[in-house]
Write a protein that binds this ligand. Structure first.
Ligand SMILES: [Zn+2]
Ligand SMILES: [Zn+2]
Length: 120
């Protein structure tokens, strides 16, 4: 299990906390400003959208997410004309944004076919 960490400044016990700026977990002293980076980097999970895979056809429950905008894009899987869409937020080098659509009927995930045809 986790071992105890002590402040190298004032020798008090360090407490684990999430650092939203760096998206990591740190051990922070409550007495002085000292903190150190924790080894456990998986504490900070990204939110739903950033975790979403770039692969098509991945089953998610995004179709039922009430916060997402709807489009009338036709689902290539079942032909349903109601889907939610969101922007690709993965850290790819290319700056062109990709829209992802999720069919609300069958949860099929697909990208804009017009964009896809431009890719080589
Ligand atoms: Zn300290
Ligand atoms: Zn569908």
């Amino acid at each position: 299990m986790a071992s105890l960490h002590f402040c190298s400044e004032c020798n008090n016990l360090l407490y684990p906390k999430a650092d939203p700026q760096r998206r990591i977990m740190v051990y922070a002293c409550r007495i002085c400003p000292y903190d150190e980076i924790g080894e456990n980097k998986c504490v900070y999970r990204n939110d739903l959208l950033t975790v979403t895979k770039e692969q098509k056809g991945v089953t998610t429950d995004l179709g039922t997410d009430p916060t997402l905008a709807h489009s009338n894009m036709t689902c290539p899987n079942c032909g349903n004309q109601d889907s939610v869409f969101f922007q690709d937020q993965s850290k790819r080098k290319q700056t062109r944004m990709t829209l992802f659509f999720v069919c609300v009927k069958c949860n099929y995930t697909f990208t804009d076919p017009a964009l896809e045809s431009q890719e080589t």
